[in-house]
Structure formats: structure tokens, C-alpha cells
Design a protein around this ligand. Sequence first.
Ligand SMILES: Cc1ncc(COP(=O)(O)O)c(C=O)c1O
Length: 405
Amino acid sequence: MARRGTDSTTTRTGTDTPTAHTGTDTPTARTGTDPTTPHTATGDTTARAVTAPAGAPAAELRHHGDAEVRGDGAALTDLAVNVRPGTPPAWLRERLAASLHSLAAYPDGGPARRAVAARHGLDEDQVLLTAGAAEAFVLLARALPARRPVVVHPQFTEPEAALRDAGHEVGRVLLRHEDGFRLDTAAVPDEADLVVIGNPTNPTSVLHPADRLARLARPGRTLVVDEAFVDAVPGERESLVPLLGRLPGRTVVLRSLTKTWGLAGLRIGYVLSDPGTVRTLAGHQPLWPVSAPALTAAQACSTPEALAEAEAAARRFDADRAHLRARLAELAGAGVVEGTPAPRGPFLLVGHPRAALLRARLREEGFAVRRGDTFPGLGEEWFRMAVRDRATTDRFLGALRRVLT
Ligand SMILES: Cc1ncc(COP(=O)(O)O)c(C=O)c1O
């Protein structure tokens, strides 16, 4: 059934039934106010398919959590950026420091590429090392054919910004709070020939099942899954990497070392795909695109010991998130809600009718959280916060209680 991309309230069937959320004055995904125009989506869907405003990306698409902790914000407890606390670990800093001795030589990406390939059970020619996932978004936007690119929102905004910078008109699928921001594959227009989705998704913390993501793959389409945070999920559950080479069409998985290893300033990530796609993307990179220290990090973070450390950290995130959620649930009566009933990322989307005001007051209390309104599909009634250790969470919840009264 063809459906215009309006805010329909059709109930979906299957296991993906929307779960009721707690709280009285429940925030909803922004409706009606998007400066976007509907276009055709197929299927019986509750999510909206719309077209992003034409032209260069608006400044709000270029707002990221780091803006909340710059300048005066540097003194705040940072719950706005989702880099794992206490990173990079000492052993990694030592490896990076040692790599400085070889700075006189041009970097050789071979060993790092082989280490990343081995870590994922792939061939070397399926790996492209990049200056963070951010570079990969630009390469994809510039190098791959896309007549109808679609980004599934709310999500990290750089993929859409990069596509628009490359001159593309971008379609948006807006998942909804009422559905726990879970993926509604039917909302993605059939004609979309490049689809970008995050897993787990920033900022909603939804971990989409891999088999549902796989339903988006089809001949003639590039499916891009941004897995920048999947190493913070125990077992890297629901990663699409095991399905690479087994899905129709082109599949591209993006990874980042930024979050788990505290390497935002180093710029290192990678693309996993088929050899042809890797060659095409590499053809749009400059010579020596990844520095020697960044290559050292890619190699060092691919060892079994590093993976075990990441796994232990992912399990800690699970426990710390459970504590944070339990404490937040105590505030349901005060109108605090969660974005999704089963968050799996190292951050939470938190809603409150006065979230923008709370965010400002939290800054006065010494805490930076990330505004929600710059994410397409969300409004001022949301903020995103990092999962931290219990002591930090308890301090934060004390502050949140104070600003709620
Ligand atoms: C979901 C997501 N993907 C990708 C990135 C960019 O990562 P990188 O530092 O590897 O460029 C970010 C950064 O915030 C992110 O949140």
C-alpha cells in the first residue's frame, strides 16, 4: 500500500509493537513543524518519509556534542560527548607515543589494514582506513552513485550534511518516539538507492536487529550502517559485519575508534565493504590519508587483548545504563521519559516538556548534556546524555532533581 509520508497513526503488526512510555506530558517526535516536504513511502508505516530542505546543510546539522563543552563549557562534567571516560588507556597512549619516532617516514597502511581485516574475519581488500567515520561519510557522498539517498533519522547528522554538501537532495525517514524510534523498514521508499542508518543509533540508543537492517538491502541500493558505537554493545550484537558479502546490493559498514578508545583527536575509523566499493572510495582519498599514529591505533585496537578490554567496557556500560535508567524512572512523575524502551548504546535520549530549560539549568549545576533539537525528527523536549559510572550518575540525578523543582 502506498502512503504519503504524513504522520499517520497506523498500528503496525509483528514483534515491533510500540511500547507505552512512562510519564504524563510525554514528549513526541516533532510533528508538522519540519521544514520538509513529504514524498512517497511504501508500506503500512507509522514513520514519516520527507525530503530535507534543499541546499547546503543548515548550521544545526553541524552542531555536535563537543560544542556543549567548548569555551566556558570545558569546566562542566561532560555528559554531552560520548567518548568513554578514562580513555585513551595508558597502554594505548604509550603505543601512540612510540609511533612518534617513525614520523619521518610516510605512513604505510598495510599492517593496520590487515590487522583490522583479521579482527573482523574479512579480507584486506574489504577494509578502507579513514580519518574517522566522518571522512567515510564524505567519501560515500562524493564517490557512490545516489539519485535518491535517504537518511533514517533521528541520527548523527553528518551523513546527511555530507550528502547535501556533495549536491544531493536527501530524503529523510523520521522514526517516532511513539514507536520507540524502532526501524520501520516499510517507511524507507522503495526507490531509495542509498540508505544510511546508525546502529546503535545516536541519539536514540536504539539497537536495530541485524535481520531487520538486512531487509533494507536490495539490488541497486547501497545500504550504509554506521556502527560507530557498536563496540560499546556486548558481543557487538546486531553488527552487520557477519552479513557482509551475503546481502543483495552494496553494503557498507562504518566503524570508529573514537568513542571506545578516546581518540576523537586522532581521527581514525574505517569502512568495511566489498573490494570494488573499497577501491572506489579509496580513489577519492588523498595520498596518505591516515597518519602513522592513527594507523598504530588501528592496529593496537584490533588485538584480542584490546577487544577483550572493549567487551569488558561494553558490559560495564550495560550495568551503568541500568543504574541510570532506574534512577531516571524515579522521575517519571516529574515528566521525565526515555526515548526508547530498550536503549543499548552508551548514551540515553531523555525527554521532558521543558528539556531545553532543564539543559540550561543543568549547566549552572555543572553538567553538560547534548541538546536534542538539532536532530531532525526531535524537538526541544529532548536531550541526550552519556552513560557514566554510578557516582557520576548519582551526582547528575541530584542536579536533575534540583532543576526539576
Ligand atoms: C553515530 C556517529 N557516527 C560517527 C561519528 C563520527 O565518528 P568519528 O570520530 O570516527 O569521525 C560520530 C561522532 O560523534 C557519531 O556519533
